[in-house]
Design a binder for this molecule. Sequence first.
Ligand code: PMP
Length: 369
Amino acid sequence: MSSISASSPACALLRQEVLDLHAYHVPDSSGYIKLDAMENPYLLPPALRGEIAEAVASAAINRYPDPGAASLKEKIRSLTGLPQGMDVLLGNGSDELIQLLAMAVNKPGATLLSVEPSFVMYRMIATFTGMRYTGVPLVTNSGTEIFSLDLPVTLAAIKRDQPALVFLAYPNNPTGNLFPADAVAQIIEASPGLVVVDEAYYAFASNSFIPQLARYPNLLVMRTFSKLGMAGLRLGFLAGSTAWLEQLEKLRLPYNVGVLPQLVAGKLLEHHEVLLRQAEQIKLDRTKLYSQLGEIAAVRVYPSEANFLLFRVANATAVFEGLKQRGVLIKNLSGGHPMLNDCLRVTVGMHAENEKFMAALRETITQLA
Ligand code: PMP
């Protein structure tokens, strides 16, 4: 902590874990081609925007929202095809649900386990809720198996640490790959606590654990609508058995999903096919971008089932800055985790944005050579 001296009152008052934390950093993106945050680049068709504008104009924002969000939840239940006996719990983004889960199981000494590198909020939330954290390293050392689960080591860590909560991002962020379903199943079976399969990127992936909910009593599936075109609404959900959700519901702050997000998300889900078509386009463009990146000798690109691609270069920070100078903002992962040294992550944008990114990348790499 640079701004707090050892003698300052904050230092005496705050928990050491909080003093040691670095806030989640969001860079200023104004003026850039924004390919840093896994957003859907597409706007909605004008007719649908008009329909939403009309609904928003007459929304009762002087009233608190429906606390149970009954209508929105019903739409989510039917769109996701939840098995019998399952329900959903809504969060102000899935980040909020990670925090809620950590608070629910955080008995003294309880452990949250995930793999590394993965979504940084698992570790961060474990830290600030005072949980123990175990990060099992992924393995990268064998030719085709990149950033794959080390199943024996993961199972051994589960046996040793008896985690109350396991998070597996499926597909994983920032590596983009989908772990083998049978390995995930073995982790669920071996876990004494809850296992949350985080399907933030489900719209771009080839598999889901929602159909498995009925099979595993300790499984919850978490999704967000952020990557599907609603990042600005802040809406995520946890799907699982009503027995779990009834308990977790007690920790949800009243009215955590506002009138406008409920209303707009509800409208968008009535037109779910529009968003899914956009996701299909993003998948096609991901394939194209993957092969274009693969054609550059100085780039190693990793396979992805998400709406972004991870790639490695000789000097990630110089490439990141070169891209920024050329008006393109991506994510520099170098320095975050040893396995991600010289790694960059680019979100798949619209065709023209991807072309601009590729041109800027080629120019930067040529200049640096
Ligand atoms: N899980 C994963 C794996 C993510 O990558 C993200 C966003 N980066 C989230 C959860 C959180 O998404 P949100 O809070 O926008 O719902």
